[in-house]
Design a protein around this ligand. Sequence first.
Ligand SMILES: [Zn+2]
Length: 423
Amino acid sequence: MPALYTSPLAEALAPDLLERFTRYVQIDTQSKVDREQSPSTPGQLDLSRLLVQELQTLGLADAELDQHGYVYATLPATVDDAPAIGLVAHVDVSPDAPASGVKPLVHRDYDGGVIELPLGGTYLDPAEMPELRDKRGHDIVTSSGDTLLGADDKAGVAAIMAAVHYLVEHPELDRTTLRICFTPDEEIGHGATLFDIEKFGARCAYTIDGSALGELQDESFTAVEARLRIDGVAVHPGQATGKMVSALRIAAEIIAALPSDRLTPDTTSDREGFLHPVTLDGGAGAAQIRVIVRDFDEALLESHVELLRSTAERTVASHPGAKLDFQLVRQYRNMHEYVRRDPEVVAVAEAAIRAEGIEPLRSPIRGGTDGSRLSEMGLPTPNIFDGGYEYHSVREWASLQDMAASAATIVRLTGIWAQANER
Ligand SMILES: [Zn+2]
């Protein structure tokens, strides 16, 4: 029987972590696209206020909620001249699945079989979930089946809180200064938008927003969104002979002319990028298509954009009377370009994960995190695992043992940074 916890430290952190995690997930913090204010939804503030209160109770006297819904707090160092290091997690959960009325269930000592959830006909089948297969004997946390769980990213929030609690109770441990930030609206791409890097004042930061045990990510997609507007000629359909030019049909033609056997989310993996139409709307007079374009490599991203542009131009040109407007919006860039300039940031994270007895998993993120934009804004911010799986789904689950390993990694990280000035 292998030891289920990665270390006695992880085991010591687990009860506090679980208690916090199950409390946080019950607060509905779902964010909303096309936001009108920050945060996009009031529920996020309920959790953020609770976190400020809990941080103050732990003795972090400067814990505050700013006017944009960001929580900031400091845990002072116990050694002299150590750098301030940031820890970041997001309080919001994805709009992709129901998120109100989350009732977490703890399945103790998982037997390795199918986990049936009481609601929604939802089940977790290890045959379909290779990661669940390895968790026999773990304590698995799920929703009741009709909502997401919210481990993305409340597992990260709870891991940071449990680690801070532990460090407060163990002032004898060498630790560096920790700057903590809980961000709103990460899931809608705005976690970094109003982040005050100057006030944060950290040398670097870590998002605790990865997934599988051991994950350490310093590469993300570079992301742009293309917005195509097609203008046609709208005429009463009964009088349209030889006159109407349907923008909606042209838009559909453009999408149909894009590759479907490659360069799509479902036909690519690892380091391959894609073109992904996310919305199509309009009518005969005008139609809009939004396409997200992703790659790890800037030159390849450009070539995907050019493929989209030339396909759209050619299609529209074959319909006299139609017009095309093609706009590009930059979303975030591959953080690797920025993080690699300060190699110690990743090296310390690797050392912390190894100190916890885990082999670091270095996989690129097929998406973005708060760290993608923060790194570009000047704060190198790689991403560390938090022990949750199957994000943005009613099948989302987390392993208590893996979440505890994440919290333990944070404790070790602060200890290694405390020695930074001695190296
Ligand atoms: Zn997340």
